[in-house]
Design a protein around this ligand. Structure first.
Ligand code: AKG
Length: 199
């Protein structure tokens, strides 16, 4: 496990081989067909765009995801996603009621700078991020006024990144396009939406 402390009270933990290669392969094969995928709409500088990646939102009933004026209602959990959620609970004592899946079809697709600080996640959310497929850089930078330097972590297949503490309020992250990467990548971020069945 590798760990980074992010000012003022954030923490990142990376478990590189969290998922066995056989399990990663079977998830990679199943995810495209088992879920309904859409191109997300994102708001950039006040204008709406369609992002170049695919997204799926899975969760408990009522775990709606609200961002940039869009509300996504969750699709049902698949057995494989339920098993991952249970493992996160057993190993780390973390409780999640939803997972956002992103599918980057090639290296030219990515995600711009943002924080996972939607009000529905509450203060200091813990987010568990699982990567499958091509290794991509996950970059972080402090918000203005916060001490620290921009840095990037390559996230290989099967790696689990835990984002904890107050980093979503003081740091931003992105998955920049990488033209030389040909293969697809999936990322699953397990989240706890507040206000759903006692959360
Ligand atoms: O693809 C990734 O590793 C990051 C995804 C992400 O930033 C997000 O879901 O908010």
């Amino acid at each position: 496990m590798r760990e980074w402390l992010l000012a003022p009270q954030g923490r990142l933990r990376l478990f590189e081989d969290w998922l066995a290669p056989s399990e990663a392969q079977s998830l990679l094969a199943a995810l495209p067909n088992e879920l309904h995928w859409h191109e997300p709409r994102v708001r950039l500088f006040g204008r709406e765009h369609v992002a170049r990646r695919l997204q799926a939102w899975v969760g408990d009933a009522g775990a709606d995801y609200r961002y940039s004026g869009v509300t996504l209602t969750p699709q049902a959990w698949t057995p494989a996603l339920v098993r991952l959620r249970e493992r996160l609970s057993d190993e780390f004592g973390l409780r999640f009621n939803s997972v956002l899946l992103n599918h980057y079809r090639c290296g030219e697709e990515g995600m711009g700078w943002h924080s996972d600080d939607e009000p529905s996640l509450g203060r200091n959310p813990c987010i568990a991020s699982l990567s499958l497929g091509a290794t991509r850089d996950f970059c972080l930078k402090p918000r203005p006024g916060v001490s620290g330097e921009r840095f990037c972590l390559p996230l290989p297949q099967g790696s689990l990144l835990l984002m904890e503490g107050d980093m979503q309020h003081h740091w931003m992250h992105a998955v920049p396009p990488r033209r030389r990467v040909r293969d697809e990548r999936f990322n699953l971020t397990f989240r706890l939406i507040r206000g759903v069945h006692g959360t």
